[in-house]
Design a protein around this ligand. Structure first.
Ligand code: MN
Length: 458
C-alpha cells in the first residue's frame, strides 16, 4: 500500500519547501508539488514539518558498566528513541579487554537483533591494540562497521597514546574512522584522590570539579596531535566546551580533518545542576565529560551555526535514580550517564528556534543529514528524497508540551529536561514506510533492522 503525505513542509539541510511525499513500501517514491496517486492512502500533514528520520549516532543500550547495567535495553531504548523522532541509532559494541572484536560484535547482535523498533548499526570499541585485533578489522568492515571508538580515560577501556596512533593508521588505510572520548585520565584521578582526602568524596560537585574543561581540552589537543602524526581524520565525541573547540580550530588550521559531535545536555543545561543540595537531584546529571558553563554552551551553538560542530547525538546511557544512589557516599560510584534519546529532537528544535541559535536546516543537518553522511548511511538515511528509506518525522510546530520524567518511555524514570516546555512536538514517525509513532504514542513493533554501513562521506 502506498502512502501519500500531503501538504507538509519538507525540511532539508539547505532548503525547506512545501511538497507532497509519496511512499511505496519501505522507500520514498517521489517528492513534489501536488502529487496524486489514486491507490495511495492519503495522510493530511498540512501545517507540519517533515524531517528525515533523526539519527542518534551515540547510544549505550543494555551496557554493563559501573557495576550495574543501563536502564534501557534495545527494546525500551528503541521505543524511547522512536517517540522522539529517532529512527536510527548507532550503538557502541564493546568487547571486554582481552576479548576479540568478533566476541563483542556477536554480543551486541544478541542484545539488539529482533528486539528493537528502530534501525540500528554499531560502532566497534577498540579497548586494546595488538596484531590479533588488527587482523580482525577487515572482517569488521565486511560486517558493516566503519567507525570505531577509543577512550583516553576509564581504566576498563582506555588505551595508550601509542595504541591510539597505531589504531588510527590501521583504520585510515581501510577508510575507517574513530570517535574518541577525550579527557585526561591521570590528572583527573589525582584530583579525585585530593577531593576525597579533603572530605569532599560524598559531594556531587566534586564530579565537575575533578573533570574541568581544560582537562578535556588537553586530551582533545593530544588526540589531535596523535592524529596529525598518523595523518588520519578523527571524530571528537561529546564535545562540551570552548577550550576544546579552540584546539579543534587549531588542528583544522594545520589542515587536519576533524569531525565534532556535541549533545543536548551541553547545549541546553549548565553546570548549576550539580549545585543542588539534594543528592538525588544533582546526581541525576552526572555524566562524563560533565555539563559545563553557559558560555561553553554558547560557544557550541556558535560552532554549530558555523558548521564547526557537525552532529548532535545524545550519549544516551540511562540509569534509574536508585542506581545513581550507589554513589551517595562516594561520587565516583555514581553511574555516569543521562537518558536523552527521547527528548533530543524536541529540545534541540526548541532552543534552536526559540532562541535563534540554529536554522531549521541547521537542525536537520545536525540531527539527520550529517550523522548519516559521517557514518556511511547517506543517502539511504538522512534525507527526504526519492529512493531513500521512508523514515519521516512529522513535526507539529504548533504543538507544545512540558517534558516530565514520569511520561518518558525510557526506564530511567526521569529526564534531565524536567519541566522543559517544547516548541512543537513529534506527532508521527515512519520507519521504512511503517507508522511507528502516532499522536506521540509508539504504535509499531520491533521492526528495527541492522544496518551495514559504508564509509564516511562528510
Ligand atoms: Mn558514550
Amino acid at each position: 500500500m502506498k502512502k501519500l503525505l500531503k501538504g507538509g513542509v519538507i525540511v532539508g539541510a539547505s532548503d525547506c519547501r512545501k511538497a507532497d511525499l509519496l511512499i511505496d513500501g519501505e522507500r520514498i517514491e517521489a517528492v513534489g508539488a501536488a502529487l496524486s496517486c489514486p491507490e495511495a492512502e492519503v495522510i493530511d500533514v498540512s501545517g507540519k514539518l517533515l524531517f528525515p528520520g533523526f539519527l542518534d549516532a551515540h547510544t549505550h543500550f543494555d551496557l554493563e558498566v559501573c557495576n550495574t547495567v543501563t536502564a534501557d535495553d534495545f527494546y525500551t531504548g528503541g521505543r524511547s528513541a522512536l517517540r522522539g523522532g529517532t529512527t536510527t541509532v548507532i550503538d557502541f559494541a564493546c568487547p571486554n579487554k582481552g576479548e576479540t572484536l568478533h566476541t563483542g560484535l556477536a554480543r551486541w547482535h544478541e542484545k539488539a537483533d529482533g528486539k528493537t523498533g528502530c534501525d540500528y548499526g554499531f560502532h566497534m570499541t577498540i579497548d586494546d591494540w595488538n596484531e590479533s585485533i588488527e587482523s580482525e578489522l577487515d572482517a569488521m568492515f565486511d560486517a558493516g562497521i566503519t567507525s570505531f571508538k577509543m577512550y583516553l580515560t576509564y581504566p576498563a577501556m582506555m588505551i595508550g597514546d601509542g595504541a591510539v596512533y597505531r589504531a588510527l593508521k590501521a583504520l585510515k588505510v581501510r577508510g575507517g574512522i574513530a570517535g574518541v572520548h577525550c579527557e585526561n585520565a591521570g590528572v583527573i584521578d589525582a584530583r579525585i584522590a585530593e577531593l576525597k582526602a579533603s572530605g569532599l568524596g560524598a559531594d556531587v560537585v566534586s564530579h565537575p570539579i575533578s573533570r574541568p574543561d581544560y582537562l578535556e581540552a588537553e586530551a582533545v589537543s593530544r588526540l589531535l596531535r596523535i592524529a596529525q602524526a598518523a595523518d588520519a581524520p578523527v571524530i571528537i565525541v561529546h564535545t562540551t566546551n570552548r577550550a576544546s573547540l579552540d584546539e579543534i580550530a587549531a588542528a583544522r588550521r594545520r589542515g587536519q580533518t576533524v569531525y565534532v559531535e556535541t549533545c543536548p545536555q551541553y547545549l541546553a543545561l549548565d553546570d548549576g545542576v550539580y549545585y543542588d543540595p539534594d543528592f538525588s537531584s544533582a546526581a541525576r546529571y552526572v555524566c562524563a565529560p560533565p555539563i559545563r558553563s553557559q558560555e561553553d554552551s554558547e560557544a557550541l551553538w556558535k560552532a554549530l551555526r558555523r558548521g564547526e560542530v557537525q552532529t548532535i547525538s545524545t550519549d544516551h546511557c540511562s540509569f534509574m535514580l536508585e542506581q545513581k544512589d550507589m554513589g551517595r557516599d562516594d561520587f565516583t560510584k555514581i553511574p555516569g550517564g543521562l537518558p536523552g534519546v527521547e527528548t533530543r529532537g524536541e529540545v534541540v528544535y526548541t532552543v534552536a528556534i526559540n532562541e535563534n541559535k540554529l536554522s531549521l536546516g541547521g537542525v536537520c543537518r545536525a540531527l539527520s543529514e550529517n550523522p548519516a553522511k559521517l557514518y556511511g548511511l547517506y543517502p539511504r538515511k538522512g534525507v527526504i528524497a526519492a529512493g531513500s528509506d521512508a523514515d519521516i518525522v512529522v513535526y507539529d510546530p504548533g504543538a507544545s508540551h512540558v517534558l516530565h520524567g514520569a511520561d518518558m518511555l525510557s526506564k530511567a524514570g526521569y529526564t534531565p529536561f524536567e519541566g522543559f516546555r517544547t516548541n512543537g512536538g513529534v506527532s508521527k514517525v515512519y520507519l521504512r514506510g511503517q507508522l511507528q509513532v502516532d499522536g506521540g504514542k509508539v504504535v509499531g513493533g520491533k521492526m528495527g533492522e541492522y544496518l551495514k554501513r559504508g564509509k564516511c562521506a562528510l
